[in-house]
Design a protein around this ligand. Structure first.
Ligand code: HEC
Length: 168
């Protein structure tokens, strides 16, 4: 394994345990589940982001959460990668749809794969994504994080939510 991958996998997981949270804001009305509870309760393929990345307030909140939960430590402040893969480039490791991304962040790579999701692509660094669903407080926070990720997307337009052509 290359040194980058080792750094990537080990560097920030501990820091991410600190209770930075979302600055103490309450979750949106009606959201009472943790990301893992939400993912466990929804059939495969049915999770859908309630927010649009044209909603500037949600994007801003998501960007703040990206820092607070230390996603930025691994993925870079703008999501362009650093020690770990970019989240903005249209190369989606397990798929680019809302459902897959939510579960990847909630469960981490290993549990995700144990639930039948398989690797479709490789980025420059290959390492497991930690299970951030134990750290991210609510499904609402996770959707806001993913809304920020959508907002910084720079890849081909047709691949924003997963490429429909090419591959399988
Ligand atoms: C310890 C480093 C680390 C932290 C912290 C981390 N990630 Fe990741 N992330 C990774 C790695 C490594 C991968 C690639 C996983 C794989 O190949 O199985 C990844 C993959 C992803 C992907 C999919 C990228 C793609 O191209 O398909 C998204 C989206 C993502 N992470 C979002 C987040 C968010 C949001 C947070 C914060 C809640 C976060 N990550 C925290 C290391 C990290």
């Amino acid at each position: 394994m290359c040194a980058l991958a080792v750094l990537c996998a080990s560097g920030y997981a501990q820091q991410a345990q600190s209770p930075a949270g979302g600055g103490g804001q309450p979750a949106a009305a009606g959201s009472t589940m943790t990301p893992v509870q939400r993912a466990d309760s929804a059939p495969k393929g049915t999770l859908k982001n309630p927010y649009k990345d044209t909603d500037a307030a949600v994007v801003k909140a998501g960007q703040q959460l990206f820092q607070n939960y230390a996603c930025s430590g691994c993925h870079g402040g703008g999501g362009g990668g650093g020690m770990c893969p970019a989240v903005i480039d249209g190369v989606w490791i397990y798929g680019g749809d809302d459902d897959t991304l939510f579960r990847l962040v909630a469960y981490g790579s290993q549990i995700l794969q144990s639930k039948g999701y398989s690797r479709q692509a490789y980025e420059n660094v290959v390492a497991p994504m930690p299970q951030m669903g134990q750290i991210v407080k609510s499904d609402d926070d996770l959707w806001r994080l993913l809304t920020f990720v959508r907002s910084v997307y720079h890849g081909p337009p047709e691949c924003k939510f997963g490429c429909k052509s090419g591959g399988s």
